[in-house]
Design a protein around this ligand. Sequence first.
Ligand code: NAD
Length: 255
Amino acid sequence: MPGQLTNKVALVTGAASGIGRAVAQSFLAEGAKVVGFDRHESDVGTGHDAAYVGMVGDVRLAADNRRAVELAIQRFGQLDILVANAGIYDNRRRFLAFTPEELDTAFDELFGINVKGYMLAARTAADSLAKTHGCIIFTSSVSGSHAGFGGSLYVAAKHAVNGLTRQLALELAPEIRVNAVAPGFVPTNLGGLESLGQAPSNTGPSAADLPLQVIAAAQDYASAYVFLASEAATRMATGSVLELDGGAAARGPRR
Ligand code: NAD
């Protein structure tokens, strides 16, 4: 059913890669116009050139979030959907492997992107979203409600995202709906902690470890974002965290 987002304008953080890129592509295919905000140049490569504009910036900075919202208004006249998605991982680093000094820096890095970045995007977009009775969708994770799929920093940050989803659903209602999608493992470029020199990590379960026996592609999650942003979700969906993990949480993490 193409055209579910016709006349909608979306801002997607982390749109240069992985889940954010797949969401931007699906939104374009559904008729939306999209601003992609990432620290890297983004090109969603869908042939919807006039409907897509990329912006390079850092989600940790209020000024960059403001630039992104202003770009959406300038180019496309309004803002209906915010997808706060840009994130990094901690490569499951064990709590006791951090010195207190490393934890001090790594906390600021990971919470700065994965939590503060979401809050700044939501706060900056809120006034525009209220005008259009729009919505916010956060990318959470299976780590938003379960231990063992990340390290302590990542798991704590994603639990914070689920809390933020519920609190903002209350505070921003009835004008703005706020929901989250909680994916399981998907091989992307998900970066590690730069402050510790971690490389991106693509290691996760094998298909045989998962009840559905499938390793996701980023595109597998995009339809959930389309649904949450669409007309079909407007009457009832707010404060929900949609877990899509191939059964990973039902089975529990590997040791
Ligand atoms: P990805 O690295 O492919 O995409 C993340 C994007 O965020 C990148 O393009 C990166 O440049 C951007 N980004 C990172 N820091 C930024 C910053 N400070 N400012 C602006 N942009 C920044 O990884 P992904 O797997 O698509 O991750 C997207 C989201 O999905 C993250 O929130 C991640 O926690 C979540 N997630 C990923 C998985 C997985 O297994 N890959 C599972 C569950 C949830």
